[in-house]
Ligand binder design. Sequence first.
Ligand code: NAP
Length: 261
Amino acid sequence: MAGQFAIVTGASTGIGFELARLCAAEGYDLLVAADEPEIETAAQALRNEANRSAIVAVQADLATVEGVDKLCETAQDRKVDLLMANAGRGLGHAFLDQDWDRIRRVIDTNATGTTCLIHRVGQDMRRRNEGRILITGSIAGFTPGSFQAVYNATKSYLNSFSFALREELRDTRVTVTCLMPGATETDFFARADMLDTKVGSEDKDDAAMVAPVGFDATMKGEGDVVTGLKNKIQSAVANVTPAELLARQHRKKAEPGTAKS
Ligand SMILES: NC(=O)c1ccc[n+]([C@@H]2O[C@H](COP(=O)([O-])OP(=O)(O)OC[C@H]3O[C@@H](n4cnc5c(N)ncnc54)[C@H](OP(=O)(O)O)[C@@H]3O)[C@@H](O)[C@H]2O)c1
C-alpha cells in the first residue's frame, strides 16, 4: 500500500488505534484524528513502531462540521484511498437522567459527524471510482439499548446507513464495510460512565483482535463483519427476537448497579 493514503478517526485509543497500527504496518501514509491532544502521542507511537514518518495527527472535534472541515483541510486535497470512520462515544444511565449536552455529543459524534465526513470523502471516491470506507457500527445497533438508549440508536443508524450507502455504490469501485464489534476492552465504558454495569465490568474482547477483523473485511470489500463467534450468535438471535424483549434483556447488563461484584 506504499504511497496510498488512509484516514483513521478516533485513532488515539482502542479499536481506532489498532486500526491505525494496521494501516501503518501495511505502508499507508496516514492521517489520524481525535478530539483530545493525546492523538499526537498516539501518532508518535505509530511512527516509532512502523519506523515511518508519513503519519500525521490532527486534533479535531468530529462532532462538529468545523472539526470535519479541519480534518479535510489537513488532508490537503490528497486523494483518500481508505477512510476508517471509527470515532465514537457512548453514554450510560437512564435517558431522562442523562445530561442533554452529553446526549447531543453522542449523536453529533457518532451520527452527524461520521455522516458529514463520509459525505465529504465519499464524493471524491465516487468521482475517482475507487476507495474503501470502513464504518465502525456495533452489534449494539441490533438491540434497543435500555440504559444506553441513545448510543444504541446511533449505532443502529450507522449499521443501516452503511448497508444503504454500499448499495448506492454497488456499480462503482468504492466499497463500504461496516465493522460491528461486540463489547471490547477499551476506554469506551469508563468514558460512557458505565463501569458500574455488567457489560462495563465483565471480560470483553481485545481491541487488537477486533481491529484486524474489520481491516481484513475492508480490504476484501465485504459489506459487514461481526467480530467473534459469541457476537455473531448474539446478533443472529437479536434479528429474530422481539424488540421489547431485547430492550428488557439489555437492562440486565447496562443498568447501573448490575456490575459483577
Ligand atoms: N468498546 C466497545 O465495546 C465497542 C463495541 C462496538 C463498537 N464500538 C465502537 O468503536 C469505536 C471506537 O471505540 P473504542 O471502543 O475504541 O473506544 P475509545 O477507546 O474510547 O475510542 C474512541 C475514540 O474516538 C475518539 N472520539 C470520540 N469523540 C470524538 C470527537 N467528537 N471527535 C474526534 N474524536 C472523537 C476518541 O478520541 P478523544 O479521546 O480525543 O475524544 C477516541 O480516539 C466507537 O465508534 C465505538 O462506538 C466500541
